[in-house]
Design a protein around this ligand. Structure first.
Ligand SMILES: C[S@@+](CC[C@H](N)C(=O)[O-])C[C@H]1O[C@@H](n2cnc3c(N)ncnc32)[C@H](O)[C@@H]1O
Length: 465
């Protein structure tokens, strides 16, 4: 039992970027270091397969096991040497063995492989192959019309994905609706739409799923006043405009003239009309200017290391070298932008995102900002999303090639706290991690020391699925 608990603990720490596997294993002082190291490494290698098996069999629900503990046990039961402990865990795993074996067999049939190790081969979809995501531009068409159009062209529509693993089971001309985002269609990684009529006419936008999350989560109101602070080349701006149904005002800033000119062409093609483009440094935009007095929503997607972008790297983005000086400079800039954005007087919600995998540009920036801005708190985003921000900022989302089948990405949403004595202050926080963020806010609202505010689980105004 100790072996599995230790292995699960180390997998958790690796996910939280608390150290490399080797270091953590040696630091664990576990009596059989070699055995522990092998189990952690093998489980990590097969992690996407194990995750799919666990999801397909709903093992966590049936057993109350936590994800990483379930992974190491399933690994040893199906792929490794067999369960090495006795007692209740062994009995429980044996009870579910035939269902787990059947799930593994189904995955092999689907991938057309016979051996376990072939699930790891370079041709396997797990090796950094991201499906082709296509966002339907609802300013010009509807999801239904695009599906019909493609069907008439010989594409085969599979309906809505029922689990994450489905997203990479696609081949040839098959496609499906995404699991989380209604306006997103998913195709095999090899599908290229750059010369397709729907793309050239602006009816579809080729945008990775993770990059669609910021506008989707910010969900600005139709007719609202919104800022896209670092906007070019404008994929998120056109997504915001689609959600706003081209009504209201969408202020978009960027420093780079060339990127802005590309953006202008793309927005025209996408039929966006509610925007005002400005070649301006966002840090110099005056939050108290009358022009922005009605701004309630901001999307901040500042320059970052791009370490999550798979196409920029040969291997796993998480294993890259990081230049500490560059990261520090980027994080400083990101924090300045975030602090500046929170100065807009009517701001209610802000989404901060990066395509970086480094906590320095993500959780650390958000934590530092919350320390300075006690009137804002984190929103717990998409509870069903499988990859969370590093502990304790679990309200935030992360995305990766292996867990969400997207580029590496980070999203946080900040919301202005209701003034004291309003209803939301009566609710209890849901978790210790949420309390951590709220602890920082107690200096300002003394009442909260007795009754801390809830971290709101955001409800969408409209169904998106
Ligand atoms: C990650 S990209 C934005 C991508 C964009 N949100 C999209 O989805 O298409 C970051 C952008 O920030 C711009 N930028 C950097 N510093 C800036 C500043 N001080 N003010 C405004 N824009 C800035 C860069 O020129 C770059 O275009």
């Amino acid at each position: 039992m100790a072996l599995y608990m230790k292995a699960a603990e180390i997998l958790g720490k690796v996910e939280q970027k608390k150290g490399a596997v080797k270091t953590l294993v040696y630091e664990s002082k576990f009596q059989n270091i070699k055995q522990l190291f092998a189990l952690v490494c093998e489980t990590q290698k097969y992690s996407p397969v194990l995750q799919e098996i666990i999801e397909n069999t709903r093992l966590l629900k049936h057993t109350n096991l936590r994800q990483n503990l379930a992974k190491v046990l399933v690994y040893d039961l199906l792929i490794g040497q067999g369960i090495k402990c006795g007692g209740s865990w062994k009995a429980m795993m044996l009870k579910h063995r035939s269902r787990l074996q059947a799930a593994l067999a189904r995955i092999k049939v689907k991938r057309k492989v016979s051996r376990n190790q072939d699930l790891l081969s370079p041709s396997s979809h797990y090796k950094n192959e991201i499906p082709r995501y296509v966002r339907v531009n609802t300013l010009k068409t509807t999801v239904e019309d695009v599906i019909d159009y493609l069907k008439r062209e010989g594409f085969s529509y599979q309906g809505k994905a029922s689990q994450l693993g489905d997203l990479c089971s696609l081949s040839g001309k098959t496609f499906m609706n995404d699991l989380h985002l209604r306006d997103l269609l998913v195709f095999s990684a090899k599908m290229d739409f750059h010369n397709h009529y729907l793309y050239k006419a602006g009816h579809i936008i080729l945008q990775d799923k993770a990059s669609c999350l910021p506008a989707y989560l910010l969900d600005p109101p139709v007719g609202g006043h919104v800022i896209d602070a670092c906007a070019a080349p404008g994929n998120k701006t056109s997504h915001l405009a689609a959600i706003m149904k081209n009504k209201g005002k969408l202020f978009a800033f960027d420093l780079d003239t060339k990127r802005l000119s590309t953006m202008s062409t793309l927005l025209l093609r996408a039929g966006v009309t509610c925007h005002q483009l400005a070649n301006e440094d966002f840090l110099k935009v005056d939050p108290l200017s009358p022009a922005y007095k009605e701004v309630t929503h901001i999307l901040l997607d500042p320059s970052c290391s791009g370490s999550g972008m798979v196409c920029l790297h040969d291997g796993n983005p998480e294993e890259q070298e990081q230049d500490p000086e560059r990261l520090k400079a980027l994080a400083g800039f990101q924090l300045r932008c975030l602090n500046h954005a929170l100065k807009f007087p009517k701001l209610q919600h802000l989404v901060y995102s990066t395509c970086s995998v480094h906590p320095q540009e993500n959780e650390e920036v958000v934590s530092a900002c919350l320390e300075k801005n006690s009137d804002f708190r984190l929103v717990h985003l998409l509870p069903e999303w499988p990859e969370r921000g590093c502990d304790p900022l679990m309200q935030c989302l992360r995305a990766s090639t292996t867990k969400t089948f997207t580029h590496g990405f980070f999203v946080a949403m900040l919301e202005r706290q209701a003034t004291p004595n309003t209803e939301s202050f009566d609710k209890k926080p849901a978790s210790v991690s949420e309390l951590f963020v709220e602890e920082k806010q107690t200096e300002v609202f003394v009442e909260q020391q007795l009754q801390p505010p809830a971290v709101k689980k955001r409800k969408r105004k409209k169904p998106k699925m």
